[in-house]
Design a protein around this ligand. Structure first.
Ligand code: F0G
Length: 458
């Protein structure tokens, strides 16, 4: 089968650094063995995040040049608003500077002490925003989600039986909202089916609970629905995304991913009373409701980006590139969460490094090795991120898995870059037993993985 090339060519490039092995060792030690502390000029291939890291198009930059920076009612706001309103169908749109600002505003209206936010899986900052309000973030992923080797098409789904038990049970009255993350970034970039979203809608109607989407990757979820859910084969990704938005009462969206831009987000709402509460909060904390912390030129890039991102040719080329990288990595002897999603691959570090216990952080160790051997930066999703620890940072309960996420920035890296990543991993897979574990030296009380400092075990 011929490959699908991306429907664009490169117009502007940025050099990437190549450090020597010795320089990388020094850089990682100085960073407290935490890749979040590395400087970008020390990194050859940056797969830490697909958020705000994509390349913009000539059309986006042309639009940005006419950005209207009026404080209120800017022309750029109306262009942004009209694109988002058409895409989602929601009557009320509030711009925010990024997804978590929208989460904070929405959750402070719907949650509080004793309340529960239920999700297929909360993203890390989303989880933190729920819990900072004294509420509980409860994840109910479908049982297939934890079988990383199965080819089930929709492992991002929520467990409908568990959701109904919760909503109909003694804690049902405490549920402030159901939040479906599409695609499920916390658990393998797996998509959520439209059938699952419809069933969530029905349950929320039956129990009188609000249903929101965390739709940071609305276009990529729509693409995977089109590929994997029979009834949607003949719809465009944009039509599928629209239908998903229409199933929910509203959404919180980080546009740093499928907005194809470095910053931005929005809240979409149906309920005018909820809109009024959120708008007041937005004006007090983010900015007036026609810019929400964004510049006019950001709004312009986003208005073009949300249209470009649903181009089937773009989505197909991106999904195929991720799947090819997964195949290369698998052939090299490293397992990834199956089937491959679009925005990231998740390496099964626990399986590659069985000589390391969860308390030695195999995912983190593999991530560090990718930097030491190839200047590749990525993020752990395992016991360092999800485990519970005592005051001395000793692991009490490990995570149910030890993964490493290779996030793929949009329109940034070429096939050769991906080949390079696969080659570095293939080399590691030849003698994984040489990789040592790490111990924590210091860690903050919340969102530990961002600021933790570690040391290698000898
Ligand atoms: N929801 C999901 C599913 C996300 O993946 C993210 C961010 C957010 C919300 C928060 O959005 O960053 O704009 O405030 N994910 C990035 C990542 C950081 O690397 O996966 P934000």
């Amino acid at each position: 089968m011929p490959i699908t090339p991306p429907p664009y060519r490169i117009k502007v490039v940025e050099p990437i650094p190549f450090l020597s092995a010795g320089e990388r060792r020094g850089a990682l030690a100085e960073a407290g063995y935490n890749p979040f502390n590395l400087r970008a000029d020390q990194i050859t291939i940056d797969l830490l995040s697909d958020s705000g890291t994509g390349a913009t198009s000539a059309a986006q930059e042309a639009a940005a040049a006419v950005g209207d920076e009026s404080y209120a009612g800017a022309r750029s706001w109306f262009r942004f608003h009209d694109e988002i309103a058409e895409l989602t169908g929601y009557p009320h749109i509030l711009p925010v500077h990024q997804g978590r600002a929208g989460e904070r505003i929405l959750f402070s209206a719907l949650l509080g002490r004793g309340k529960i936010c239920v999700s297929n899986t909360h993203f890390d900052t989303t989880h933190a925003n729920v819990e900072l309000l004294g509420a509980e973030a409860r994840d109910l992923p479908c049982p297939e989600a934890l079988d990383f080797d199965s080819d089930e098409p929709f492992k991002g789904n929520i467990d409908l039986v568990a959701l109904e038990e919760l909503l109909g049970g003694p804690d049902g009255g405490r549920v402030g909202l159901v939040l479906m993350t599409i695609t499920n970034n916390g658990l393998g970039a797996q998509p959520v089916s439209m059938a699952n979203l419809q069933a969530v809608r029905a349950l929320c109607d039956r129990y009188g609970v609000r249903f929101f989407l965390d739709a940071a990757r609305f276009a990529e979820n729509a693409w995977l629905v089109r590929e994997r859910e029979e009834a949607y084969r003949n719809l465009t990704p944009r039509q599928i995304a629209h239908r998903a938005f229409q199933l929910a009462d509203g959404c919180v969206v980080s546009l740093k991913k499928d907005g194809l831009s470095s910053i931005g987000g929005f809240l979409g709402l149906r309920d005018v009373n909820l809109f009024a509460v959120c708008e007041a909060n937005l004006i007090a904390t983010e900015g007036f409701s026609t810019y929400g912390g964004l510049a006019g030129h950001d709004l312009e890039r986003l208005a073009v980006g949300v249209r470009e991102v649903t181009d089937p040719a773009y989505l197909q080329a991106r999904a195929e590139a991720t799947a090819r990288l997964a195949r290369r990595i698998n052939e090299a002897g490293v397992d990834t969460v199956q089937p491959a999603g679009v925005h990231a691959l998740y390496l099964n570090a626990g399986r590659l490094l069985p000589h390391l216990s969860p308390a030695e952080f195999p995912g983190h160790s593999l991530g560090c090795q990718l930097f030491l051997d190839g200047g590749i930066r990525c993020a752990e999703l395992g016991s360092l991120y999800l485990g519970t620890m005592d005051e001395q940072h000793r692991l009490l309960t490990p995570a149910p898995f030890e993964l490493v996420r290779l996030a793929i920035p949009r329109r940034v890296y070429s096939e050769e870059h991906f080949e390079y990543v696969a080659d570095v991993l293939a080399d590691i897979a030849k003698s994984p037993e040489r990789i040592r574990g790490y111990r924590i030296e210091s860690a903050p009380p919340v969102l530990r993985h961002f600021k933790v400092r570690l040391a290698p075990l000898s």
